[in-house]
Ligand binder design. Structure first.
Ligand code: PEP
Ligand code: MN
Length: 462
């Protein structure tokens, strides 16, 4: 399917080479993990056909812009903030929830910009984070065994046979939910809401807490600086709009393949389901379908690296995903665990320097720090998250490499899913408001606290 992402009819159309077209389906001959089994094959084929025809969610030019911004990160001149739900849900795609998440990320970005004095590249785990890898295919409750929940794009969370059956129609619903989420994000970030002169308003509507108060102080300083510059006649067009990019785990091959389009300017493929796609820890096999497929699209690609990653794995991933060593193309998202990062990351950084790789390094301090309470809640200790972030900065300081960003599971709401923080959420407190269908997220306050901490670490190096 050759659907152009460019609408300008005056430009010459560059056709893709046969190698490019065939390459996009090569993954089908490789082992593929974590995929649904659609019981209704005809319906699946119809949905996939429809997904090939729908308009792209993002455009090739936007993806190129992101790659250029990420090139600056790879060169040590900018910092990445990625945040959002572990698993977005269709029901959660409301204006309030989307706005709170965007506000939280904008606030964190302001805190980081101020600390780091460098541009922050902002990305949401939003508008497409609907498919989840699971450690087990099945889930048993009270003697009843059903397929595990794999994200709203595959099946429902309700523990009934009907809801847990893999339903390809959910891919279309995922596409439309992503489209309306992205529409609202674009409206918020391009339509004046993200104007730096609104820096106070992003704090409104959140319960008052120490992190918010600290933010208010910073917002007042920014306000004063902006008013001074305005009085001096500076032009603030640049401050009115914010580039905010969509990112998710590229997991569901039927969806990602169908959303991939050939850019008519270049004849090259772009996965138009999101600007940035990452390959998860469970599907990053070198000879597997995911790495092969994503090696062939032009989007900036992330790969999660867990504590068992060897320098040889890292090198092979770079060879496959970033053979030309293009700064901004490849991001390693390390998720080692607070207790392991100090042992594993330095070796990878040293090897990366020796091999002259040019990846961006981002810390995901969430996925290596999961615990389950005796009462059965999946949670994380805020202190462990902080420890891993500190370990990340320390390893980069030691190696002389650039700590390029943070990747956080967060929500703008006042949930109680992670232990600790200045609210000191304890095990009992988890019961108050635990809403995640998958991994626990930092709430609004914990997210701001973490941003202040990362800003202090960044200030030490800039
Ligand atoms: C995730 O990001 O939600 C996830 C499953 O991460 P990982 O692949 O690092 O386990
Ligand atoms: Mn997760």
């Amino acid at each position: 399917m050759n659907t152009s992402t460019v609408v300008d009819p005056t430009l010459p159309i560059v056709e893709p080479t046969p190698e490019v077209v065939e390459g996009l389906d090569y993954w089908r001959s490789l082992p593929v993990k974590q995929q649904p089994t659609w019981p209704d094959k005809d319906k699946a084929a119809a949905v996939i056909g429809e997904l090939h025809r729908v308009p792209p969610l993002v455009f090739a030019g936007e993806v190129d812009n992101l790659r250029s911004s990420l090139a600056a990160v790879a060169e040590g001149k900018a910092f990445v903030l990625q945040g959002g739900d572990c698993a977005e849900t269709f029901a959660g795609a409301t204006a309030d929830q989307i706005r709170n998440r965007v506000k939280t990320i904008l606030q964190m970005a302001v805190v980081l910009t101020y600390g780091a004095s460098m541009p922050i590249v902002k990305m949401g785990r939003m508008a497409g984070q609907f498919a989840k890898p699971r450690s087990s295919d099945m889930e048993t409750r009270d003697g009843v065994t059903l397929p595990a929940y794999r994200g709203d794009m595959v099946n429902g969370f309700d523990f009934t046979e009907d809801s847990r059956t893999h339903n390809p129609g959910r891919m279309l619903e995922g596409y439309h939910t992503a489209a309306s989420t992205l529409n609202l994000i674009r409206a918020f970030t391009q339509g004046g809401f993200a104007d730096l002169r609104m820096v106070h308003s992003w704090n409104r509507g959140f319960a008052q807490n120490p992190a918010n108060r600290r933010y208010e102080g910073l917002a007042r300083e920014i306000d004063r600086a902006v008013r001074f510059m305005e009085a001096a006649g500076a032009d603030f067009d640049e401050l009115k709009r914010v580039d905010f990019y969509a990112a998710h785990e590229g997991l569901l091959m039927d969806y990602e393949r169908a959303m991939t389009r050939i850019d008519s300017r270049t004849g090259l493929p772009y996965d138009t389901s999101a600007h940035f796609i990452w390959v998860g820890e469970r599907t990053r096999d070198l000879d597997g379908a995911h790495v092969d497929f994503f090696s062939r699209v032009q989007n900036p690609i992330g790969v999660k690296l867990g504590p068992s990653t060897t320098p040889a794995d890292m090198e092979a991933l770079a060879d496959k995903l970033d053979a030309d060593r293009t700064p901004g193309r490849l991001t390693f998202i390390t998720r080692m665990g607070a207790g392991k990062i100090g042992d594993v990351l330095p070796g990878l950084l040293e090897a990366s320097q020796k091999l002259e790789l040019t990846p961006i390094w981002i810390t995901d301090p969430m996925h290596g720090n999961g615990i389950t309470t005796q009462t059965g809640y999946k949670t994380r200790r805020f202190d462990d998250v902080v420890e891993e972030v500190k370990g990340f900065f320390a390893a980069h300081r030691e190696a002389g490499t650039h700590p390029g960003g943070i990747h956080i599971e967060l929500t703008g709401d006042d949930v109680t899913e992670c232990l600790g923080g200045s609210q000191a959420i304890d095990e009992l407190g988890l019961e108050t408001r635990y809403e995640s269908l998958c991994d626990p997220r930092l709430n609004h306050q914990q997210s701001l606290e973490l941003a202040f901490l990362a800003a202090e670490e960044l200030a030490r190096i800039s």
